[in-house]
Design a protein around this ligand. Structure first.
Ligand SMILES: Cc1cc2nc3c(=O)[nH]c(=O)nc-3n(C[C@H](O)[C@H](O)[C@H](O)COP(=O)(O)OP(=O)(O)OC[C@H]3O[C@@H](n4cnc5c(N)ncnc54)[C@H](O)[C@@H]3O)c2cc1C
Ligand code: FES
Length: 232
């Protein structure tokens, strides 16, 4: 009986938490920081987002324009949160130029994040701005040849991720990879982010390499804004 009560309590708290994360909240931009000519971090306060797992994302509403997915790039226990936006189109350009004090809407955090393991990390960036400089898949192969690694975490262009997943199989190292797809609902309803039978917004965005390597869409096709399957 007590286990049924505990299970019922857990279901209720999950349902309440679900209702809360889906509820749009309006926050005001507290400050922003220019990272590069096309990337800016935008800071605001939101308790729920500050508890997100690494790799989870928010749906960001830009009033009067659009709602787009953005990863959480900074989160502190006191509720301070940031997203780091790169200008690639209309919504990201408008978000980039939003000023301190202006409102944005948020939902989430959504999705499955990275499961972190203990130990040292070797970060890799193409321009060397952080960690080892080089093309991620090439640096990964060199590193895997000379040292033992417990896990590879990756995000970025899907063709690069595909190479990393293949390397993970070759060297028997598990991979966790964050995928990007066009997202509309962000919570598993509309299907715009589908990859094979998975929904990137709900089953990911972080997937295990073992799951990805058997998917026929992985590294081959994505979906456009209308939902049509198109080559990557
Ligand atoms: C889970 C997730 C997390 C993300 N986190 C970040 C982040 O932290 N910072 C950031 O700057 N961007 C992030 N993005 C990408 C961001 O959502 C898109 O760049 C944005 O929606 C583009 O909107 P736009 O109107 O500016 O450009 P659009 O005019 O809509 O698109 C410009 C170009 O980008 C492509 N594109 C648009 N959306 C996506 C997408 N979701 N995946 C792949 N290609 C896309 C379009 O096909 C087009 O070629 C994330 C995407 C996902 C799915
Ligand atoms: S964005 Fe709607 S199902 Fe993923």
């Amino acid at each position: 009986m007590s286990s049924i009560i505990r299970m019922w309590g857990k279901m209720q708290s999950e349902a309440i938490e679900g209702r809360i994360i889906h509820k749009p909240r309006i926050v005001r931009i507290e400050k922003s920081s220019v990272e590069t000519a096309s990337i800016k971090s935008i800071f605001f306060r939101d308790k729920l987002s500050s508890k997100a797992e690494p790799g989870q994302f928010l749906m960001i509403w830009i009033p009067g324009l659009d709602e787009i997915p953005m990863s959480i790039s900074y989160a502190l226990e006191d509720g301070s949160v940031a997203i780091s936006v790169k200008m690639v189109g209309r919504a990201t350009n408008t978000l980039y130029f939003r000023r301190t004090g202006q409102p944005i809407g948020i939902r989430g955090p959504y999705g499955v994040g990275y499961k972190l393991t203990e130990g040292d990390v070797t970060p890799v960036t193409e321009d060397g701005a952080y960690g080892v400089k080089g093309v991620a898949s090439e640096v990964a192969e060199t590193e895997l040849e000379k040292s033992d690694y417990d896990i590879i975490y990756t995000c970025g262009p899907e063709l690069m991720i595909k190479k990393i997943v293949d390397l993970g199989s070759k060297y028997s190292v598990p991979v966790q990879a964050s995928l990007e797809r066009i997202m509309k609902c962000g919570m598993g309803i509309c299907g715009s982010c589908a990859i094979d039978s998975y929904r990137v917004c709900k089953d990911g965005p972080v997937f295990h390499g073992e799951t990805l390597k058997d998917l026929k869409d992985f590294g081959v096709t994505t979906r456009d804004h209308s939902g049509k399957r198109v080559p990557l």
